[in-house]
Every structure is written in structure tokens, then in C-alpha cells.
Write a protein that binds this ligand. Structure first.
Ligand SMILES: Nc1ncnc2c1ncn2[C@@H]1O[C@H](COP(=O)(O)OP(=O)(O)OP(=O)(O)O)[C@@H](O)[C@H]1O
Ligand SMILES: [Mg+2]
Length: 405
């Protein structure tokens, strides 16, 4: 494997440890041409490798995606399927130029429809290649702007029902099982427990970034998140209790936009009293998970929050999770009574298992990593929240899948 690493000019790639450009090509002629172009355009942090799209997919599962990527479909038996598999592992916002040997208008159209910026037929020609690279750069704003991480919001309908525990477990599952870059955003800025649950230390500066849009830049994940591992980032804060928290969230939109461009999933843990100040964020979520227990107050407030989300015109799917559910013998309400109270069904139930959760908390390792009944129940929620299990999800479109909702 031949890799050309260029450090032509300093840029953010050094701090981010991210290539600005990657190409995976199967023949030496294309490889030489692309190397020449990279040198000519002074593209920093470029990596050009020999290999087809399957090599690209394997590698991009492990490393950060570059903003611009060239992949070779020459050896691909099912190019469209391969492009979709690539879309699945790429971070949102990646531009893809495909090259190949098939001169087929149908394929070209399919690839464009799937979100590929351009398709060039071999043998490559340097001026066409340059035009494709430059115009993909120029078109970046419109294309990238609409491709963002899937956002889910977790909210407990009253205190201590386990909303933060579920949010942290699900974020962990997205990163460890799905191997996708995931940010857990703990908006309980004074007493949030996400960092504790994932055994990490909060980094200061989140509160300021949420207050002031000027505090957000492309390095916000590197600067303000604590890195649990290569794929999991926790934004949290232990803001002094005596300090007032301004709840305007004037910087929230800019902050979220940046984070959502850099991850596949964002999981937000939202204290319920912040629903109204964070309404804009909740409106942009694919899924809002209301966590309750099976008490009368829990059921009453779940119904009220479902109504409030409707009044705030939140288009995302609202899921109701009954956590800490006792076994059927100790259940206080029958299913029909619950339905009557809520005016709808409960979507998921997670069993009460105090010992298992306490042990997990002590280990600083989320329960979902184990094999308890509750772990399996939380995994089912994770599948649904990720959108993977959604039968309505359109296959065949890289663009839609990168958009995430
Ligand atoms: N299914 C469960 N069985 C037993 N204990 C659980 C379960 N789910 C969560 N817990 C425990 O409940 C406690 C409260 O959980 P958590 O902090 O996630 O609740 P919360 O809804 O976020 O609370 P807050 O209102 O303070 O934000 C924790 O000790 C957690 O381990
Ligand atoms: Mg909480």
C-alpha cells in the first residue's frame, strides 16, 4: 500500500488527526494522476492508497472521514450497494467522487441520486479530475449543510427515572457496537452524571459555547468534549452550583450544527425544565425519548409531555420508555389502565434491576455492554433510536442516509 502524506500547509487537520482528502484507487495510472493533482492544488493531509471501495469502507470504519473522498468502483460488482455501504461508515458531510470503468449513463444517474458528487470514467484525465475536485469543494456548503448526525433527545418526565442512564447506555452502544462517532450531550450542566457513567472527566467550556455562538468552531469536539474512546465523546459540565445558568442557549444552534457535522449520532440528555429553552433543539431531533416510571405521577406527566411536544410542533418520533418496571407480580397498573392514563401505548419497557445498574455504575461501564435482561431491553431501544430498524427508512440513497433523518 502506497500512501502519500503531504503537509503542504498548516491547517486544522493536525489537531483533528483527520485527512483532508483520501483516495482509494485500483490502478497506478489513476494514482499518479491524483498525486499530481494533490500536489498542484496543495491539498494538505492527503492520503492516496491503492485499493478498491471495499478497502475504503474497511478503513473509514476505523478512522475519521475526510471532507473529500475519491473511491474506485472498477472492481465493484454492485456499485450502488457499495456506495451505500460507504455512506453508512462515512461521517456526515463527506463529498464523494467515484471513478470507474463503466461508461453507463444509468449508473451515473444512480450514483448522483445516491449523493455522489461526480462519476469519472477511466482513464482519468487531469483537467476533468481537477474540475470534479474543485466543483465538489465549491458545492460544499449546500451539500454538507444538509447532512448531519441523527439527533435523539432523552428526557425524564420526573426526577430519577433513569433518563441519563439510558442516554449514556445508548450513546455507548452507538459507538461500541455500531462503531459510529457519537456525541453524548449532557445538558444537566451542574449535576449531570454522563461523565460519571462513562468514567470520563468533563472538559470546561460547554456552558460558554451554549451561551455564545462565537465559542463554536470546527474543533469544538476536540476542545470541549471528553473523549471516552476514538468514537465516543461526552460534552458535560460541572458548573458551580452557586452560579446561575443562563438558559437562553443562544449558542446552541451553532454548537449543534458543528457537532452534528462531525458525528453520526448525537444523544442529548435534556433536563425536563429546559424543554422550553431548548425547544429549537428538540424540534430538530429525529427521536424524543420520554422516560418514565410506572407510577401515577409518571404516567400523568408522560401524557403531559407528549402533549407539550405536540404543542411545540416537534416533528420527531416520540417514544415512551417505562424504566424500572417491576415484574408483573408487583405491577401496580394493568396494561389497559396504563393505556387509558397515557392515551397511547408504552413503546419500550426496561426492568428494574438495582443490583445490575449499581454494579455497572461502580465499574464505570454501561450496563448495555453486559447480558442482563435490561441490557437486551436497552439494545432494542438503541436499534429503534438509531433509525436502523425503521422499515420506513429509504435504502439506496447515500444522501438520505447521511442526512440521518
Ligand atoms: N432499570 C433500572 N433499574 C434499577 N435502577 C435503575 C434503572 N435505571 C436507572 N437506574 C438507577 O436510577 C438512578 C437514577 O438514574 P438517572 O440518574 O439516570 O436518572 P435521571 O432520570 O437522569 O435522574 P435526574 O432526574 O436526576 O436527571 C441511578 O442510580 C441508576 O443506576
Ligand atoms: Mg439525569
Amino acid at each position: 500500500m502506497d500512501t502519500l502524506e503531504m503537509r503542504a500547509m498548516p491547517d486544522t487537520g493536525v489537531m483533528e488527526n483527520r485527512s483532508q482528502f483520501m483516495a482509494f484507487v485500483s490502478d497506478s495510472e489513476s494514482e499518479e494522476l491524483i498525486k499530481g493533482l494533490v500536489q498542484q492544488l496543495l491539498i494538505p493531509h492527503a492520503s492516496i492508497q491503492r485499493g478498491d471501495i471495499s478497502v475504503a469502507i474497511r478503513q473509514l470504519e476505523e478512522v475519521r472521514s475526510p471532507p473529500l473522498l475519491i473511491v474506485d468502483l472498477s472492481d465493484s460488482k454492485m456499485p450502488l450497494q457499495d456506495i451505500n455501504a460507504l455512506a453508512d461508515v462515512c461521517e456526515p458531510g463527506v463529498k464523494v467522487i467515484a471513478i470507474g470503468e463503466q461508461n453507463d449513463v444509468g449508473l451515473f444517474r444512480d450514483l448522483m441520486r445516491a449523493g455522489v458528487s461526480d462519476y469519472l470514467v477511466k482513464p482519468l484525465n487531469s483537467s476533468l479530475l481537477q474540475t470534479a475536485v474543485v466543483s465538489s469543494e465549491e458545492g460544499m456548503d449546500t451539500r454538507i449543510g444538509s447532512k448531519i448526525a441523527r439527533l435523539s433527545v432523552f428526557m425524564g418526565v420526573h426526577g430519577g427515572v433513569g433518563a441519563s442512564t439510558l442516554a449514556a447506555n445508548i450513546a455507548y452502544h452507538f459507538s461500541s457496537e455500531f462503531k459510529r462517532r457519537t456525541s453524548l450531550l449532557d445538558l444537566d450542566l451542574q449535576t449531570g452524571v454522563s461523565s460519571l457513567l462513562l468514567d470520563s472527566d468533563p472538559v470546561s467550556g460547554l456552558l460558554e459555547a451554549l451561551d455564545d455562538p462565537r465559542r463554536t468552531d470546527s474543533l469544538v469536539v476536540e476542545r470541549l468534549a471528553s473523549k471516552v474512546d476514538e468514537k465516543l465523546f461526552v460534552f458535560g459540565s460541572e458548573t458551580p452550583l452557586e452560579r446561575p445558568i443562563s438558559s437562553g442557549f443562544r449558542g446552541m444552534e451553532a454548537f449543534l450544527q458543528e457537532v452534528r457535522q462531525q458525528c453520526h449520532f448525537v444523544v442529548a440528555d435534556l433536563p425536563r425544565h429546559l424543554l422550553s429553552p431548548a425547544a429549537q433543539m428538540v424540534r430538530s431531533a429525529s427521536t424524543i425519548v420520554l422516560v418514565t416510571d410506572l407510577t401515577l405521577a409518571g404516567l400523568r406527566d408522560t401524557a403531559r409531555y407528549v402533549q407539550a411536544l405536540g404543542a411545540l410542533q416537534c416533528p420527531g418520533e416520540v417514544l415512551v420508555v417505562a424504566n424500572k418496571a417491576p415484574d408483573s407480580r408487583s405491577a401496580r397498573f394493568k396494561e389497559s389502565e396504563i393505556r387509558e392514563q397515557l392515551g397511547r401505548d408504552i413503546d419500550f419497557t426496561v426492568s428494574l434491576d438495582t443490583k445490575a445498574f449499581q454494579d455497572a455504575e461502580l465499574r464505570g461501564e454501561p450496563l448495555i455492554a453486559g447480558s442482563h435482561a435490561a441490557s437486551r431491553q436497552i439494545k432494542a431501544i438503541a436499534e429503534r433510536v438509531s433509525g436502523r430498524g425503521d422499515p420506513r427508512r429509504t435504502r439506496g440513497s447515500i444522501l438520505k442516509r447521511l442526512i440521518g433523518r
